[in-house]
Ligand binder design. Structure first.
Ligand code: ASP
Ligand code: MG
Length: 377
């Protein structure tokens, strides 16, 4: 598709959207992108912890938890003197309280996507009313899905709707705010795209618009060579290919939605994962730097290896994993940990080993990580 719009798509993660911070974070994101005279689409997640609370509220049928879920929004509305927004949030809260006891399939998705809807309302008010930015919200951006509740699939017609709706909205405003994580089914119901789905919303929008830039703003500086909670000398990865990033998210790295990087494969969207206050970050581009990139670790069942009910998957990601000399070194390490299985990604971007026990998986991940960083200068 020809590149017609100079638009940046910026996804603002829930970890950044905490009470006391929302206006500062959004102000910083706008400041970083409007200098170049282009347009900006901001995809927002729910505020930190809100989706978990909404899910519990629905699953336990507990209206009191709705109060907890909307509290961070009320706090921000009050702090920013947005009185009208505060009463709107209370009204939505009252409606959600009535919905948590409805045991219909659509009701759960309807409730759990409200974090993103409230974030969109708050972001619009914080930018337009408090910061004076020419910003407006688009609640239904045109992402159409099936009704596979809890993890709806996006339908192809979405590209057409999203392009039209955003081209129109951006012709009227400099900044457009869109809720992540949700779609609308052909029957007109709200659906959710699965946990972490705001990442996926942002990458779909960037690919539909063929945006020159897509920035994932998060509370860390970028994608690391290993999970810092397990690997204490994990480093920031300077660059990954779209395919490497896709495989990394499939195997559980940085909790990206597994579909996130798929729409970007073969595109020339320039992707960065970074923090709003950082000048470094991880660049995601088409050119492969010839080193292994990262090690991820997760429960085998959680990354789609459904045939394995137990066990832990340790994966080395890197475009060099298709090359014999690199693979041989990895096999040698893996072999001494008695793996149940070793799986090569068909595109040559990853080698996954399955081991039974968590402590063995952690030791293996640490050793593989030492090998990975030995390649990175
Ligand atoms: N708020 C949703 C979740 O927690 C989506 C997202 O943040 O990406 O899964
Ligand atoms: Mg996330």
């Amino acid at each position: 598709m020809p590149r017609t719009l100079n638009v940046t798509v910026a996804k603002v993660g829930g970890s950044l959207l905490r009470p006391g911070e929302v206006d500062k974070v959004l102000g910083k994101v706008v400041e970083r992108h409007l200098a170049d005279d282009g347009k900006l689409v901001i995809v927002v997640s729910a505020m930190k912890g809100v989706t978990d609370t909404l899910i519990r509220a629905y699953d336990e049928g507990e209206p009191r938890l709705i109060e907890d879920a909307i509290q961070p929004y009320l706090t921000e509305a009050q702090r920013l003197s947005l009185g009208k927004l505060g009463s709107m949030i209370e009204g939505i809260g009252a409606r959600l309280k009535g919905l948590v006891s409805i045991r219909e399939l659509w009701a759960r998705d309807y409730v759990i996507v409200h974090g993103e809807l409230l974030s969109t309302m708050l972001a619009e008010a914080a930018l337009y009313n408090s910061l004076g930015v020419d910003a407006g919200a688009v609640y239904d951006v045109g992402i159409v899905t099936n009704e596979d509740w809890g993890r709806a699939s996006v339908l192809g017609v979405s590209s057409h709707y999203v392009r039209h709706r955003l081209t129109w909205a951006l012709s009227r405003r400099s900044v457009v705010i869109v809720p992540g994580f949700l779609g609308i089914s052909l029957n007109g119901r709200l659906t959710s795209l699965g946990r972490g789905g705001s990442d996926y919303t942002a990458s779909l929008i960037a690919s539909y618009l063929n945006a020159p830039r897509l920035i994932f703003y998060t509370d860390v500086e970028g994608i690391m060579t290993g999970d810092p909670r397990i690997i204490n000398d994990a480093r920031l990865i300077p660059s990954l290919t779209h395919e490497e990033a896709y495989v990394a998210s499939l195997t559980g790295a940085k909790k990206f939605h597994p579909g996130t990087f798929k729409p970007l494969i073969d595109s020339d969207v320039h992707v960065v994962v970074t923090n709003p206050w950082s000048s470094s970050g991880t660049l995601i581009m088409s050119k492969c730097i010839n080193t292994p990139k990262l090690v991820s670790i997760s429960e085998a069942g959680s990354i789609g290896l459904v045939s394995l009910k137990s066990g832990y998957a340790v994966t080395v990601v890197g475009c060099v994993m298709g090359l014999d000399e690199f693979r041989r070194e990895v096999y040698l390490i893996i072999d001494s940990y008695g793996p149940i299985d070793v799986i090569n990604d068909t595109e040559g971007n990853a080698v996954t080993s399955i081991v039974k026990d968590q402590d063995v998986a952690v030791k293996l991940a640490k050793e593989l990580h030492r090998w990975v960083v030995s390649w990175i200068r």
